[in-house]
Write a protein that binds this ligand. Structure first.
Ligand code: XUL
Ligand code: CO
Length: 436
């Protein structure tokens, strides 16, 4: 088969002075920053659904993406051609990881048994190419939101038949993720929520969802799959309210239903901003709980209120992400998966490269900036000093758990009005800009 991306060479690192748009200016995979090569910091992944299957439609217009390798048919041959084109793309980008939904990679058949056979057939091609090119599956997942059967949700559907179907689909998706030696498996509950509470038994739906996830954990053990399970929070879209609305809601759910030992979170930047938080917020909430597993890297648009899934190019944001990641000690099983798509106007195959190059370079700069901020130490020093009153005296007594309200009242009566200092937000913002 001829190359899908004939006009694009392997993307080289040419450094910050390069003017070649098909070269990295900052991402240099083997360059060591903060103790390890950039490649290992990021574990960059491309999302099969966007890179290979997104036609670039929007709510008002049909798809525009040109994909000369794709004949538009539902055949297995066509599905396999996409995989070959995808691995060519990963190779040329120098990306080590990828992610997929079951239904992105193989067509549905006349019934579930045929659908499973289709999936097995395409997975064979993935197995061959993985072995040949040394690529790894970062995580697999099941698409439980596109087919009309999931109109009322999947693991939270009002229909037990749909619930069973969804379980069968996840069972198979887990098995193929295992067969591909996936490092993880993600649950994104696109329709696990509601459009209106008027028709919804929220308690029952959440109980069902928890049972579903427990069964997934049981099946994982049964087949010997060692990969990490992730939940990916998102507050809305397509639902009005999604149960996994943000990191805090997910953690509460996982704790309530005794699932916290089995799951970490896969935090997606644009989902967090839709939830009304900064990306740094949800990353920090997850990291504090020891549950920051992986990241879906993208960004929203300040002027459009939906999940625009744009490629991350904002160095301020990538810096914040890398500050949290470095503080946490980096990824274990997870990575940075570009759950991102080109704009509808960027319909040529070459645009896939520009998009990913931009994201990878933005993260490389974010890493270098975050590393420099940490090495400088003034930011961390300011935060440490801000809490200095907890290091000794009454603060230390409270932190040791040895104070009670009477002791605190005694302290307040004896010491009068406490001394306070500025939070110095503007100064700290200026400090960050010294490095960006
Ligand atoms: C949708 C989204 C999904 C998940 C995987 O907003 O982010 O693509 O990442 O199902
Ligand atoms: Co995502």
């Amino acid at each position: 088969m001829s190359e899908a991306f004939q006009d694009v060479p392997n993307i080289p690192y040419e450094g910050p002075n390069s003017r070649n748009p098909l070269a990295f200016k900052h991402y240099n995979p083997e360059e060591t920053v903060a103790g390890k090569p950039m490649r290992e910091h990021f574990r960059f992944s491309s999302a099969f659904w966007h890179t290979m299957r997104n036609p670039l439609a929007d709510p008002f217009g049909v798809g525009t993406a040109r994909m000369p390798w794709d004949d538009g048919s539902q055949s297995i041959d066509n599905a396999r051609r996409r995989v070959v084109a995808f691995f060519e793309f990963l190779d040329k980008m120098g990306m080590d990881f990828y992610c997929f939904h079951d239904r992105d990679i193989a067509p549905e058949g006349a019934d579930l048994a045929e659908t499973n056979r289709n999936l097995d057939a395409v997975v064979e091609t993935f197995q061959e190419l993985q072995a040949e090119r040394g690529k790894q599956l970062l995580w697999g997942t099941a698409c439980l939101f596109a087919h009309p059967r999931y109109v009322h949700g999947a693991a939270t559907s009002c229909s037990s038949g749909v619930y069973a179907y969804a379980a069968a689909q996840v069972k198979k998706a887990l098995e193929v993720t295992h067969a591909l030696n996936g490092a993880g498996y993600t649950f994104w509950g696109g329709r696990e929520g509601y459009a209106t509470l008027l028709n919804t038994d929220m308690k029952r739906e959440l109980d069902h969802l928890a049972r579903f996830l427990h069964m997934a954990v049981d099946h994982k053990k049964k087949i010997g799959f060692q990969g990490q399970f992730y939940i990916e929070p998102k507050p809305m879209e397509p639902t009005t309210h999604q149960y996994d609305s943000d990191a805090a809601a997910c953690l509460n759910f996982l704790r309530e239903y005794d699932l916290l030992d089995h799951f970490k979170l896969n935090i997606e930047a644009n989902h967090v901003t839709l939830a009304g938080h900064t990306v740094q917020h949800d990353l920090t909430v997850a990291a504090n709980a020891g549950a920051l597993g992986s990241i879906d890297a993208n960004r929203g648009d300040e002027l459009i209120g939906w999940d625009t899934d744009q490629f991350p190019t904002d160095i301020y944001q990538t810096t914040q992400v890398m500050l949290v990641l470095l503080e946490m000690g980096g990824f274990r099983t997870g990575g940075l998966n570009f759950d991102a798509k080109r704009r509808r106007e960027s319909f040529e195959p070459e645009d896939l490269f520009h998009a990913h190059i931009g994201g990878m370079d933005a993260f490389a700069r974010g890493l270098k900036v975050a590393d420099a901020i940490r090495a400088d130490g003034r930011l961390a020093g300011f935060v440490r000093d801000r809490y200095a009153s907890w290091e000794s005296g009454i603060g230390a007594v409270v932190e040791r758990g040895e104070a009670d309200f009477e002791a605190l009242e005694k302290h307040a009566l004896a010491h009068g009005e406490p001394e306070l200092h500025s939070g110095r937000q503007e100064m700290l913002e200026n400090l960050i800009n010294e490095f960006v």
